[in-house]
Design a protein around this ligand. Structure first.
Ligand code: MG
Length: 339
């Protein structure tokens, strides 16, 4: 069966575009970057390597009519960086494989989209010192943009934060605020685009991975377990509880709601915070005797609940409300777009 490839000229131009957008920096970890059969990485001495991979699929994770290309590039990298942050690790390098419809290489509009995609990715990559050290390009078999990003990070050997280290009695904390990504996406879908600029008001389009917080937690040995909030608090807390063999009680009144959720009714705002997903904040557990700063690297830290011993007769997650009642909280995280 013959393989239909992108126009060589178009593909070569794309590779050239990637190389000029992401010039080899002064990273000490990347011994050899784009341009050979493999990249060569050298993690710092005494560190172990952490690896994560994330798809970014058109109509599943983004829509070309809703998301500016710069946001798609930013979010593609942010998803991987957020996983690195949750381990307390520092990023060493990113690798991007991308499949594109032929029109993205042959039309001015397509080339413009790609330039903005790479600019969005580059801006976040620079902020977090993450060189693009390789990848692959191909023509998409359909009309969809499909990308897969791999992030390589490093953390002191044996000390990466995991989901599995929490104990009954630990307190639960989140960084930043919750529900903003869902609230902004709701506004985008109903064409109520925010006029304001800046990352603080674009928690969906330009989420900020909490690398400094993760690294601080690891360095100061503050957290017993951590996970990033990609799928939503209810789902990601379920993962943490299952891995650590504990259950959790969450205090609804303590949840730090993002200001954008004030556009929603109270019930929707709570849904956005618990299940909205894609906030890319960190959820972590810490021993109650460990003092946790109110802010780390400028990011507010909020205590939202407690971990308790597993009990077969009690739900894995419980939500305590302001009136003192409590109800089971089911994992009902974001399922992305359904095409
Ligand atoms: Mg994750």
């Amino acid at each position: 069966m013959s393989k239909k490839k992108a126009e060589p000229a178009g593909e070569l131009a794309l590779i050239q575009q990637i190389r000029s957008t992401f010039p080899a920096g002064r990273s000490t970890a990347v011994t050899l970057g784009i341009g050979d059969d493999c990249a060569i990485l050298r993690p710092p001495g005494g560190q172990e390597v952490v690896v994560t991979t994330d798809f970014t699929l058109e109509n599943r994770h983004f829509r070309r009519d809703l998301h500016p290309a710069s946001s798609v590039g930013h979010r593609c990298l942010a998803r991987g960086l957020s996983d690195i942050a949750s381990m307390g690790a520092k990023p060493l390098a990113a690798f991007l494989s991308i499949a594109l419809p032929g029109t993205m290489l042959t039309t001015a509009r397509g080339r413009q989209w790609m330039a903005e995609f790479f600019a969005g990715m580059r801006s976040l990559a620079r902020r977090h010192n993450t060189p693009l050290a390789g990848g692959d390009t191909s023509q998409s078999p359909g009309d969809l943009i499909l990308a897969d990003i791999i992030l390589i990070g490093a953390a002191p050997t044996g000390r990466s934060l995991r989901r599995s280290g929490a104990r009954a009695g630990d307190l639960l904390y989140v960084t930043g605020s919750l529900g903003g990504a869902h609230a902004e996406l709701t506004a985008l879908k109903t064409k109520r685009r925010s006029q304001a600029r800046g990352s603080e008001v674009h928690p969906h389009l330009f989420p900020q991975p909490r690398l400094s917080v993760g690294a601080y937690l690891l360095h100061h040995r503050l957290a017993t377990a951590a996970i990033d909030l990609s799928d939503g608090l209810s789902t990601d807390l379920t993962h943490l509880c299952e891995s650590s063999r504990v259950r959790a009680e969450v205090d609804a009144a303590a949840l730090p709601l993002h200001p954008l959720t004030s556009r929603l009714d109270p019930q929707q705002a709570m849904h956005a915070a618990l299940n909205g997903g894609e906030d890319y904040e960190l959820l972590f557990a810490a021993d109650p005797g460990t003092p946790i700063p109110r802010r780390i690297a400028g990011v507010p830290i909020t205590s939202i609940g407690t971990l308790l011993p597993r009990n077969a007769r009690k739900p894995l997650l419980t939500l305590r409300t302001a009136d003192g009642s409590s109800a089971p909280l089911r994992a009902a995280g974001w399922e992305h777009f359904v095409s």
